[in-house]
Design a binder for this molecule. Sequence first.
Ligand code: ASP
Length: 583
Amino acid sequence: MTRWRDLYCGEVRPDDVGRTVAVAGWVARRRDHGGLIFIDLRDHSGVVQLVVNPERAAEAAKIAHDIRSEFVLRARGEVVARTPEAVNPALATGAIEVQVDELEIVARSEPLPFQLDDDGVEEPLRLRYRYLDLRRDRMQRNVRLSATVISAIRSSMEEQGFIDVWTPTMTLGTPEGARDFLVPVRLQPGKFFALAQSPQLFKQVFMISGLDRYYQIATCWRDEDLRADRQFEFRQLDLELAFPTREDVLDVLERVVVASFEALGRTPPPRPFPRLAYADAMLRYGSDKPDLRFELEIQDATEPTRGSEFGVFANAECVRFLVAPTVFSRAQLQRLEEFAKEWGAKGLAYLVVDESGEVRSPIAKFLSERELEAFAAPHGSTVLFAADTPAKVERILGALRLQLGEELGLVDTTRDEFLWVLDFPLFELDEETGEWTFVHHPFTGPLEGHEDLIESDPGNALSNAYDLVWNGWELGSGSIRIHRQDVQARVFRAMGMTEDEAQTKFGWFLEALRMGTPPHGGFALGLDRFLALLAGESNIREVIAFPKTAGGSDPLTGAPTPIPDRVLAELGIALKPEAGTGR
Ligand code: ASP
């Protein structure tokens, strides 16, 4: 038999009228009406209506009687114009239909566990039958859009002189701050590989090897809680280059973003993307990944509230506020206070300035003219305060800002706001151990001129790290690295890591650093996040063909599963009773 498909379903056009065409696809719907059988045949390109008329094609009509939803058919016939009353203007193929001459059932289908055009199917069911879910328009679009973007990213990287080099996935524990997934080794019982949390050290080593512009679309594994923007395994555009300035690295990424937009026929964001220092981001937005699609900036009132008669202000290390452009009712304020408490606030002081300019607030009587002036809020607004340590104030007002943005409809969803956040701190205090630890990873270089703070004032040492943010999502991060062994040793020391520990964890890498390391820097762009945002999805699972559920399992294959004891024994592993028995 010949090919039997010369057109995708959605490709049949009104100017094909009079032509004989062959199409193949799935049965989206069948209807019997007036002695005719109407079949909507669908594939990823669209849908076309087949009409089987027993008078025209008796054999085809016999076959058509058997047809159910989601059968795979091949049909050959003539394209004809529909009668005017049958035209469906919502469909590209709505003015035509195919009068079938020959029909073949290529494959039958059991009744499906859900209707493909039902938008309300629960996620576990979708993932259990992901191959059917992927047949739906939305997933077809997302998967194909992803492929277009990945292709554009590769072209852009290669045009910019980067080469794709693979790095091992089974390796030594890597330093991205998450837990490792471990792989036991049958030939060496008791020993384990870790799955790479990222290619970080290998890509730095490439710079030492003279592979001066490396990239890879790398799969990474991190054992951490899953969220809308996090999976155990995920992809990143990983890159590294030798002798870069920070601007060089940012430029590479901006080109990639622009190329991706252009590949989808969308207007790219203007370059250069805005840049904001971490400290300013925290001060003005209470976040290191601010959503700039709405204004609503946090303002500082620490200085004007020194000596305030309102004790909460006077005694707080830091007082900041937001001016919401609305007059909140008492009930609304109570709800916002609850919200602020969830983020660690003790309460939520406020001033309501009504439409006539009158101030309503239980704290107004304590506030001086100077204070009220500092909070200058327009008529018809509400000032919301946080007074605490700077870190808490940032957290509370950052969360409140996003909440208000959404609640008050301030977010302009037609805008695309890209942003670089620069100059992150090099270290932060680990709340559990009380020791300094890295903010990005321990190979991040200090900002020029901040090297001496590594020992004298670690909390104020800034790093040469940068994050890319899109509409409030962190798309990825990178840094100019430490390329000198002595500086690396000082950073380890500042983090309380002994020489021995550093050797055990990264000895091979520290040795490499001593053998002619050019200055270098790089970045990793979270590909799944980027694709999700490009697809207009708020969950990365929608752009991953086979994602894990929020609980970390795969309903399609049933993984993860117990492993029989004899297999574990070969690996030198015995399970503790509370972990369940292998089977
Ligand atoms: N390795 C880092 C990460 O995966 C990115 C980088 O610094 O290049 O987040």
